[in-house]
Design a protein around this ligand. Structure first.
Ligand SMILES: [Fe+2]
Length: 420
C-alpha cells in the first residue's frame, strides 16, 4: 500500500537520480556515421569523416596522447577541409597529413553543442621490414545480418585498411546509405579504434559522385592509387562502371610506369574479368585492357567483387593458347592471383563457372584477410557468419590469429601464398 509518505519518498529519490545523471553526463555533440577513409599513405595521413546532425563549427581535436573527451588538452586541432550535403547528411571531412607512422592518434569532434566520444586510429608502419594487414571484400547491399557480421569482424581483426570493392547498398538511396553508414559503426572497436576504407564503385552505385561525396576519395572518377608504407604496396582502385578504355587505362599505364619501385602492386575493382557465376557476363573489357598490363607490370594480387560467390585462383597469365581456359593459363612464377567475388551481405550465388586455373571456390559470406611484407603475401578467406564468437587480435599485433576465427580451409589449403 502506498501512502502519501511513500509516494513522496519515491518521488524525491527519482528527482535526485535525474538530478545526478543530469550533472554527471557529458554533453555529447550530435555527430554520427563516423568513417575513416584514405586519400594518401595511411602511414602519414587519414581522412576523418562524419555526419554533423546538429550544432555548428565542428573542429577535430587530436594528438598522439589520449586525453579522452577533454578536447582542450589535445595538442592539435583542425576544421573540416570539405563539407558536402549529400544523402540528406552534412558530411564533413578532415584530411590529416604529416602524421607519424605506426602511431596511435586520438581525436574528438567538438562543435557548438558539445563533444563527441573519443575515437582513435593507428597509422600504418613505415619501416622496410614491416608487415601490413588488409581486409578486402565488397557487395554488402541487401542482407543486414551478414553485412553486420562482416563489419563486426573488421572491429576484431583491426586491419591497416579495408579495401571495399563496391555495391555497398542496393541502389544508393538516402535511406540505404544512412543505414549502411549506421551499420559501418560496427567496424569501430570497443575502445573507439577505427580503420580506414579504400572505396571502389560498383554497379549498384548509380554514379561516381556518391562514392566521392561519402568517402572523400582522392579521385572524383573513382580510379586512383594509394601507396602504403615505405613503398611496400601500391594499391590500385579501378572503376568498372565507367569506360575502361581511354583515360582510365592511360592513367593506369602511366602510374604503373612511375611507380616501378613499389615492392607490391595490387588492384581492386568491382566486376570480375572471369566471374565464377555462369549468369554473370564475362568482363571482356577488363580482360582486354588490364589482364596483360597486370601481368607485365607484376600486379600479383587482384581483388574482384560483384558475383557474390567465393574464389581464389592460381597465379595466371593471359593466354589464348591450346591449354588456356577463358583466356588464362597457370603461371606459378609470374602470374596474377585473382580473389573474390563479393559476399559482404549480398545474396549468394552458386559457383557454377569455375575454370581449370581456379584454385578453390565456394558459396558463403566472406571477405579476404591479407598480410603483406616485403617477402611474401598471405591471403586467407574468412567466413564471417560467426563474427560474434570471434576474439579480437591484440592492438599491438594484428597478425595474431584470434580464437574461433573461421578460416576457410578448402582442398588446396587455407593460405594462398604469393611472392612479390
Ligand atoms: Fe555488382
Amino acid at each position: 500500500m502506498f501512502n502519501s509518505f511513500t509516494i513522496k519518498k519515491y518521488f524525491m529519490r527519482g528527482f535526485l537520480f535525474i538530478f545526478l545523471v543530469g550533472i554527471s553526463a557529458p554533453s555529447f555533440s550530435k555527430t554520427g556515421k563516423y568513417r575513416l577513409t584514405l586519400r594518401d599513405n595511411p602511414a602519414t595521413s587519414i581522412v576523418i569523416g562524419w555526419e554533423q546532425i546538429s550544432g555548428e563549427n565542428p573542429v577535430v581535436y587530436y594528438g598522439d596522447v589520449d586525453y579522452g573527451v577533454s578536447w582542450e588538452d589535445y595538442k592539435l586541432n583542425v576544421k573540416p577541409d570539405r563539407t558536402v550535403h549529400y544523402a540528406e547528411m552534412e558530411n564533413n571531412f578532415v584530411r590529416l597529413t604529416d602524421l607519424t607512422p605506426n602511431t596511435a592518434y586520438y581525436f574528438v569532434i567538438k562543435d557548438s553543442e558539445g563533444v563527441s566520444k573519443r575515437f582513435w586510429f593507428k597509422t600504418a608502419p613505415m619501416e622496410p621490414d614491416s608487415r601490413l594487414s588488409f581486409i578486402a571484400g565488397g557487395d554488402s547491399r541487401n542482407n543486414p545480418v551478414p553485412r553486420r557480421n562482416a563489419n563486426l569482424l573488421v572491429s576484431k581483426l583491426k586491419p591497416h585498411a579495408v579495401l571495399f570493392g563496391g555495391d555497398m547498398t542496393v541502389s544508393g538511396t538516402t535511406e540505404q546509405w544512412q543505414a549502411w553508414l549506421e551499420d559501418w559503426q560496427l567496424t569501430i572497436s570497443d575502445n573507439g579504434r577505427m580503420y580506414p576504407v579504400i572505396a571502389a564503385r560498383g554497379n549498384h552505385e548509380p554514379n561516381n559522385e556518391m562514392v566521392y561525396h561519402l568517402f572523400d576519395t582522392p579521385s572524383e572518377k573513382i580510379y586512383y592509387a594509394i601507396t602504403i608504407g615505405d613503398n611496400l604496396v601500391r594499391a590500385y582502385v579501378l572503376n568498372t562502371e565507367i569506360s575502361i578504355a581511354g583515360d582510365q587505362t592511360a592513367w593506369l599505364n602511366k602510374d604503373l610506369a612511375q611507380n616501378k619501385n613499389a615492392r607490391w602492386k595490387i588492384a581492386q575493382y568491382h566486376k570480375p574479368m572471369r566471374p565464377h557465376v555462369s549468369t554473370k557476363r564475362e568482363g571482356d573489357m577488363q580482360y582486354m585492357h588490364w589482364a596483360k598490363l597486370f601481368y607485365d607490370e607484376q600486379i600479383k594480387l587482384v581483388v574482384e567483387c560483384d558475383a557474390h560467390t567465393v574464389k581464389t585462383t592460381w597465379p595466371v597469365k593471359p593466354s589464348t593458347g591450346r591449354k588456356s581456359d577463358e583466356g588464362f593459363v597457370r603461371d606459378n612464377r609470374r602470374g596474377t592471383v585473382y580473389v573474390g567475388e563479393g559476399c559482404w551481405g549480398a545474396p549468394l550465388r552458386a559457383n557454377d563457372d569455375t575454370k581449370s586455373w581456379t584454385r578453390d571456390s565456394g558459396v558463403f559470406n566472406q571477405f579476404k584477410w591479407i598480410f603483406m611484407d616485403s617477402k611474401k603475401a598471405e591471403v586467407r578467406t574468412i567466413k564471417t557468419d560467426n563474427a560474434e564468437e570471434v576474439a579480437s587480435v591484440p592492438n599491438e599485433n594484428p597478425f595474431d590469429i584470434p580464437d574461433k576465427l573461421d578460416i576457410w580451409n578448402p582442398e588446396n589449403g587455407a593460405v594462398v601464398e604469393i611472392r612479390p
